[in-house]
Design a protein around this ligand. Structure first.
Ligand SMILES: Nc1ncnc2c1ncn2[C@@H]1O[C@H](COP(=O)(O)OP(=O)(O)OP(=O)(O)O)[C@@H](O)[C@H]1O
Ligand SMILES: [Mg+2]
Length: 441
């Protein structure tokens, strides 16, 4: 045995000890060496395979594909490989793990390494088969776990969205209930004194009429009085400017009666507001809702804005009027709050096919796009702490949604904002259109 041979056999022994399948094939793809790993895992001894084509040893090999791969390695002298991720196995070798997870044979990475002779030609190709079954199974389990986690995460996102919606509804109904209670309390407190002031006022008016009639009767007979008495009475009348007082008293009474009527109307509107929590569908007039809401918020508006009404002809609509009041209240208060000095708020209405269109336009500060994007988000506010909770528009949005309507906003910073609401006249028609859309989607 020369030095080279002993060297070679030392290399062979080393290859034999490796925990990797290694065998060599020649240009005809006949097996020329076969290490112990291959003996153990292929269940075929050296004598059985040496000199035979690998397609005989492994009849299940993808013949033309593999032939091309070997041809390239022989021609180019560059290594080639296959990975378990693209091709889980090339050689059907059993593996010694319990068979689980759809893995029924050894998962493998394979390398084809060219071995050149002294002339620099590729004489043999070394086929190295790496057992990656453990890693592959682990990676598959990991991928399955990631898929399951992602599905769970998607479920959680849905749950969070549902929770946020439920919370918004809860906050909204609490807010409505609080406003309702407050309004009911105030309305009740004001209603009683207004009631007796009005009744007293009616009596006072009658007494005044009587008193003036009495004075007029005296006037008619004043000539019958002695001179001294007549002069004294005329002086008294002139000192007190009787003609003016008599005239002014009548207009004071008329004006005050008007004022009391207005208070009565506001109290009635406030009582309407105490029913904001009511969710009965009714046929109601949008103009009626707008006007009674205006009455309630007029105090907040009148010093800043002139209210212009540009009402069209509207049919009654099927709605929850107390909730629409809430919508108009939110939009009107926002409009008033957006006006810094003096401005105007225009209420425009028109009927359009089976819808009514309501616009509330202000000449206030307007909104930049980054605010505009978020105005319907619950708790989004640009107002100082204590002034805004950021719920007005999110409540408005859900009420309009419940009415199967839509809300659009158009705003220019420094010029003003217009909210456009569209509400269906009939709910049944709107509901079936919405259902059809859901089904189509
Ligand atoms: N007409 C408007 N003009 C300018 N900005 C507006 C107008 N309406 C709404 N906004 C902006 O949208 C934000 C959200 O409005 P929203 O009514 O939801 O809450 P808020 O008015 O801040 O508080 P809340 O109504 O709960 O008291 C406001 O803070 C404001 O920045
Ligand atoms: Mg608001």
């Amino acid at each position: 045995m020369d030095r080279n041979e002993s060297c070679l056999s030392a290399t062979d022994r080393m290859i034999d000890m490796m925990d990797v399948g290694v065998f060599a094939v020649d240009r005809e793809l006949h097996v020329r060496s076969w290490n112990a790993f291959m003996v153990a895992h292929a269940g075929k001894g050296r004598r059985e395979v040496l000199g035979r084509s690998i397609f005989e040893v492994f009849p299940e090999l993808p013949r033309s594909w593999l032939q091309k791969k070997f041809d390239r390695v022989f021609a180019l002298g560059a290594p080639s490989f296959t990975s378990w991720e693209q091709r889980p196995w090339l050689f059907r070798l059993p593996h010694n793990r319990p068979i689980t997870g759809g893995v029924d044979c050894m998962q493998q990475d394979t390398r084809l390494v060219p071995l050149k002779n002294g002339d620099g030609e590729v004489a043999l190709v070394l086929v190295c088969v790496f057992d990656v079954t453990d890693a592959a199974m682990l990676q598959r389990r990991l991928a399955e776990t990631v898929t399951a986690l992602e599905a769970e995460r998607a479920e959680q996102q849905k749950l969070i969205a549902r929770l946020a919606e439920a919370q918004e509804q809860l906050v909204q109904s609490e807010k409505l209930a609080a406003i309702g209670q407050l309004a009911a309390g105030v309305a009740h407190e004001i209603n009683n004194p207004v009631g007796f002031v009005m009744s007293n006022f009616r009596s006072l008016e009658q007494y005044l009429d009587g008193a003036f009639a009495l004075v007029e009767a005296f006037d008619r007979h004043i000539d019958l009085l002695p001179d001294a008495a007549r002069t004294a009475i005329e002086k008294l009348k002139s000192d007190m400017d009787y003609e003016f007082v008599a005239d002014d008293a009548r207009s004071l009474v008329a004006e005050s009666r008007d004022g009391l009527e207005r208070v009565k109307r506001i109290v009635a509107d406030l009582r309407d507001f105490s029913r904001v929590g009511e969710t009965d569908w009714q046929w109601a007039s949008v103009h009626g809702c707008l006007d009674s809401t205006l009455n309630v918020v007029m105090n907040e508006i009148k010093y800043k804005a002139q209210v212009v009404k540009d009402y069209g002809e509207l049919p009654q609509i099927e709605c929850m009027p107390f909730q629409l009041n809430q919508v108009f209240l939110n939009l009107l208060v926002n409009a008033a709050q957006a006006i810094e000095g003096q401005g105007s708020i225009t209420l425009r209405t028109r009927a359009e096919a089976e819808q009514v269109v309501i616009q509330i336009a202000d000449t206030g500060c307007g909104m930049p796009p980054d605010v505009l994007r978020r105005i319907f988000d619950p708790f989004f506010t640009t107002k100082p702490v204590g002034k805004g909770t950021g719920l007005g528009l999110s409540v408005t949005h859900s009420i309009i949604g419940r009415h199967h309507g839509s809300i659009a906003v158009d705003s220019t910073p420094g010029q003003g904002t217009t909210f456009t609401l569209r509400l269906p006249v009939r709910q049944a028609a709107a509901q079936s259109t919405a259902d059809r859309e859901v089904q189509a989607a």
